[in-house]
Design a binder for this molecule. Sequence first.
Ligand code: CA2
Length: 146
Amino acid sequence: MAIIALLHGPNLDLLGQREPDVYGTATLADYEAATAAAAAAHQHTVEAFQTNHEGALVDAIHAARGHAAAIIINPGAFTHYAWAIHDALAAFAGPIIEVHISNPNAREPWRHTSVVAPVATGSIVGLGMHGYELAVEAVARKLAAA
Ligand code: CA2
């Protein structure tokens, strides 16, 4: 059994409250519950955290070092420019799955760059909640093979 850190960046606390055409109607609590259920099927535990502050997200990534076996992270808009998030993730030894609810590559050009992708084990975009369940499957398989 392993701990998976599920980390969400800015504005994702608004899920289900605005922009349902882009992000659907599920709330952040729904995402966390679906991820936890997928992890429980593999006897893993999810510890979820959301913040609107870059430094707090860096701190959460640091806290995962030596505590969580893997990170599933949706850094929100930090994805596109926050090199401090990149550097913090680079210092994490386990699998890192970057997840986006929408497909940033199909949206505005400034969303096409991810500074997180180069330090992620893999990235899953555009699949909504299913993307989080797939991220858990990927983590579970990586941890089983480790
Ligand atoms: O598609 C994703 O998961 C994103 O990470 C979401 C970020 C966006 O900046 C990325 O480019 C792609 C934005 C999250 C904002 O979420 C909201 C949800 C409801 C209402 C308003 C914002």
